[in-house]
Ligand binder design. Structure first.
Ligand code: NAG
Ligand code: NAG
Ligand code: NAG
Ligand code: NAG
Ligand code: NAG
Ligand code: NAG
Length: 322
């Protein structure tokens, strides 16, 4: 209420001061006295004083010939002065002047709508499990499009950070949306360090002397792991890119622990597998763990095992094993 009263008073005050000038004073044209052909002459238009400075006044000289270099001055005795290239044919030419109130709106910008367009959105992304990442698809358009990428109803906002999980691998659909929507497929591969799933021993970890035995190591990793085995005793061969270790004609010297090592650029994992060799002297017992304690074989294993520990330390693998 207070505001309205103030504004009303303010408007009335302006109208009262400017009331006299709602009709502008008549502008006056001023020409030079002595005008010669093939020369320049100045033409001016002056508006007699208006005390009300709240309104801007525009002055315009009207004539049939071309006016040049017009210079305006605002304020009291507002005026405009132009020059004319004089020719002898211009004798009797008329000049007059118009005065207009000038008001101006606040500027408004034109908004042009353009469809979204991906400018930088790679087809393939490679992430690493456990690390922070996000989609970073750039799209242009007016209004500025919002970008999301989704797979199986899980939606990620562009540039939204998250910790990468294995199950984030797959085909995503990225969308850029303003008044229109466009999509593009993006393939995400999540890489991770190896995890050893199993070591399969055939025929079994309990082998008869002279038999053949194979151990196959299975690890899950992206990119696929490189396999190796320790120790590499005599008569040992490797197959399937080192995944399988084969011992032909097992002797008691082969008894002990074998370590599968699976490695990729994100890490290294090890898993051990024991082999127990049955000589003909020993009866097969139900519990293989107990059978090792018998005779002098415990020592054998100990020696083999401490060799193994030494080997691991030398290979810096001790940490991974324990
Ligand atoms: C035009 O206006 C300016 C500034 O008010 C003044 O200095 C100048 O004398 C005026 N020119 C004429 C021709 O009235
Ligand atoms: C008026 O004369 C000036 C030089 O005196 C010249 O630069 C200009 O181009 C002329 N303008 C016209 C419209 O002839
Ligand atoms: C997404 O869903 C499809 C079927 O609905 C399924 O086959 C696929 O494994 C799912 N992908 C992921 C990464 O969950
Ligand atoms: C991935 O697994 C987590 C739980 O482990 C689950 O919350 C998330 O929705 C899964 N993401 C996808 C894309 O399947
Ligand atoms: C062990 O493998 C060798 C060579 O592959 C083969 O000649 C031999 O018969 C195998 N021994 C047994 C017990 O299967
Ligand atoms: C197999 O392992 C040996 C060492 O144990 C290594 O020199 C060789 O490059 C490996 N081969 C493959 C195909 O990984």
């Amino acid at each position: 209420m207070g505001n309205t009263a103030v504004w009303t008073f303010f408007l009335i005050s302006i109208l009262r001061v400017c009331r006299v000038h709602t009709l502008l004073p008549i502008p006056i044209i001023i020409l030079e006295d002595q005008v010669r052909p093939n020369a320049l002459t100045e033409v001016s238009c002056v508006l007699p004083s208006i005390e009300c400075r709240s309104f801007e006044v525009e002055l315009k000289i009207i004539t049939t010939e071309k006016l040049e270099n017009c210079i305006s001055h605002k304020g009291d005795y507002a005026n405009v002065t132009c020059t004319v290239n004089v020719t002898s044919e211009m004798n009797g030419m008329e000049f007059s002047c118009e005065a207009h109130f000038r008001t101006k709106s606040k500027p408004q910008k034109m908004k042009i709508q353009t469809e979204p367009e991906f400018t930088d959105c790679p087809d393939k992304l490679i992430w690493t499990e456990g690390q922070e990442n996000s989609f970073n698809c750039k799209a242009l358009g007016h209004p500025s499009p919002t970008v999301t990428c989704e797979m199986n109803n899980t939606i990620y906002k562009n540039e939204e950070k998250f910790i990468v999980m294995k199950n984030m691998s797959g085909e995503y659909t990225c969308r850029a949306t303003n008044f229109d929507t466009i999509t593009k497929p993006v393939t995400v591969s999540v890489e991770y360090e190896p995890r050893i799933l199993s070591i399969v021993v055939k025929p079994s970890m309990l082998v008869m002397e002279g038999a053949n035995v194979t151990m196959t190591c299975e690890a899950d990793a992206v990119p696929p792991p490189i396999y190796s085995w320790h120790p590499q005793t005599p008569h040992v061969t490797f197959h399937h890119d080192n995944r399988t270790l084969q011992i032909k004609e097992v002797t008691s010297a082969h008894e002990g622990f074998y370590i599968c090592i699976a490695q990729n650029k994100h890490g290294i994992k090890t898993e051990q597998q024991r082999i127990i060799v049955e000589t003909e002297l020993i009866e097969k017992e139900k519990d293989p763990a107990l059978s090792v304690q018998g005779k002098n074989r415990g020592e054998n294993i100990k020696v083999t095992f401490s060799n193994l520990v030494a080997l691991l330390i030398s290979l810096n693998l001790f940490y991974y094993l324990w």
